[in-house]
Design a protein around this ligand. Structure first.
Ligand SMILES: [Fe+2]
Length: 461
């Protein structure tokens, strides 16, 4: 509990979390603050207000139903009318169409965007790169990036459009939410569900990262199929905050609401982080990517990247994701008779990639931490020339190899993205990206190559 100042003080190094993906959790910052036996008593303990936040329709099937009950000092409705923020933002898009974005099948790549010198907080540092669909129609997604250097002062952000999955690449995030506080470091990710109010402080100053926003659905853990009951991201490694509240008056406090991609502000005289107790299953959560348990081929060929799915936001079609969050973590490569880097391919899904640290196995040059690439629906892509030549030069004698010092990721969607003009015109756009494949030469000789493919008859005669 902190009641001295409206500005969030330093986060403790020993922040406590609850554990478990999709669990029904409860937390109280003052013992006895959580009503027992009912959600909405006539008078709540300590005179708190009861308030529900629904992340799914009331009548969503139970296995998908998400909602939490918050017990707070004042209800969140206690504010002056919403007004458009002046100045507006201008680089946030939640409905992608021909008037605001461009379609292109070209392979796109961006160098790491420089972090501005001018004071910039998370809200102003956030900008949409690409996306599809519409937050109004509750189907689609947006991919954003942020570059920022200062904490949010006396304001909270609330995204009415969708859930944010934030992937910090540089600089920790100290995130205060209505459910409590989360410290999220590069190498971790955090999900801030639609509608929750949050404030982001940047204890390390200059910060950069990626954000996937999904409209009309929420992230789930992927089914594991024949893998079995364990593996990939374990439910217990998802961490949820514990209740924490701020009770001082905060004259001039501002809630900034993103609604249809536009920003609105509402003034109130208190901090929205005034929830003394809560329970439910609609919560912010974080996950440490180093805890991921990767699976891989142990004999031949290259597994499809879906094997590394951390979280998936489904559509109504089985196996078709609105947005998959997939990682490429440190791991062993052991396949025999196999071109081990990602295969060349064209995909009906569209793939946005980022790099948190280190290098990426399919690109010897040019794909840098903090950079990004986009390979849209049916656009060919794969390892660059240098990677291809280096891989085949190793031949079949390449032994087990551990990929270290890397954490790349992909946002993959069934919807075709449109690109924002500031992303296409960015000085960080790499106009020479195509050059990385142009040097791929023909190795075709017209003569049979010996000993290069797997001998399936060995031991079977
Ligand atoms: Fe791909």
């Amino acid at each position: 509990m902190e009641n001295k100042t409206a500005k969030c003080p330093d986060f403790p190094t020993d922040l406590e979390y609850q554990s478990g993906f999709g669990n029904s959790l409860s937390s109280e910052a003052i013992a006895g603050a959580l009503p027992q036996g009912q959600n909405n008593p006539l008078i709540c303990p300590y005179g708190l207000y009861a308030e529900q936040i629904s992340g799914t329709s009331f009548t969503a099937p139970r296995k998908l139903n998400l909602r939490s009950w918050l017990y707070r000092i004042k209800p969140s409705v206690t504010h002056e009318p919403f007004k458009p923020r002046v100045p507006g933002h201008g680089k946030l898009v939640s409905e992608f169409n021909q008037s605001n974005t461009t379609a292109t099948p070209t392979q796109l790549r961006w160098k790491p965007v420089e972090i501005p010198d001018a004071p910039t907080d998370f809200i102003d540092g956030l900008y949409t790169v690409c996306g599809a669909g519409s937050s109004f129609l509750r189907h689609g997604y947006a991919i954003h990036m942020y570059t920022a250097n200062k904490s949010m002062d006396d304001c909270a952000f609330c995204n009415a459009d969708g859930d944010f999955l934030i992937v910090p690449q540089k600089g920790r995030l100290w995130i205060t939410t209505e459910c409590g506080r989360l410290q999220v470091s590069p190498g971790e990710v955090v999900v801030l569900p639609q509608g929750f109010r949050f404030a982001i402080n940047l204890p390390d100053g200059p910060s950069r990262g990626y954000v996937a926003e999904i409209f009309g659905t929420h992230f789930q853990l992927p089914d594991l199929g024949p893998i079995g009951a364990n593996g990939l991201a374990a439910p217990r490694d998802f961490l949820v905050p514990t209740a924490w509240f701020e009770q001082s008056s905060c004259p001039g406090y501002t809630v900034v609401q993103k609604f249809g991609g536009e920003l609105f502000i509402a003034r109130q005289d208190f901090c929205p982080f005034n929830v003394v107790a809560w329970h439910g299953n609609y919560v912010p959560y974080k996950y440490d990517l180093s805890k991921f348990c990767p699976y891989n081929t142990v004999l031949v060929d290259h597994g499809d990247p879906s094997i590394n799915t951390v979280l998936t936001a489904p559509t109504d079609k089985p196996g078709v994701a609105l947005l998959d969050f997939v990682i490429f973590p440190p791991r062993w490569l052991v396949a025999e008779h196999t071109f081990r880097p990602p295969y060349y391919h064209r995909n009906c899904m569209s793939e946005f990639m980022g790099l948190i640290n280190g290098g990426y196995e399919a690109k010897a040059d040019g794909f840098l931490p903090g950079g990004a690439s986009l390979h849209s629906c049916m656009t060919p892509h794969g390892p660059d020339t240098k990677t291809y030549e280096a891989t085949i030069a190793l031949g079949n004698e390449a032994g087990p190899h551990r990929i270290t010092d890397t954490m790349a990721f992909m946002f993959e969607s069934c919807l075709m993205p449109r690109i924002c003009p500031w992303a296409l015109e960015s000085p960080f756009m790499d106009p020479d990206y195509y050059q990385c494949w142009i040097g791929l030469r023909s190795h075709f000789t017209g003569e049979e190559t010996k000993g290069q493919s797997r001998d399936l008859h060995n031991g079977h005669n």
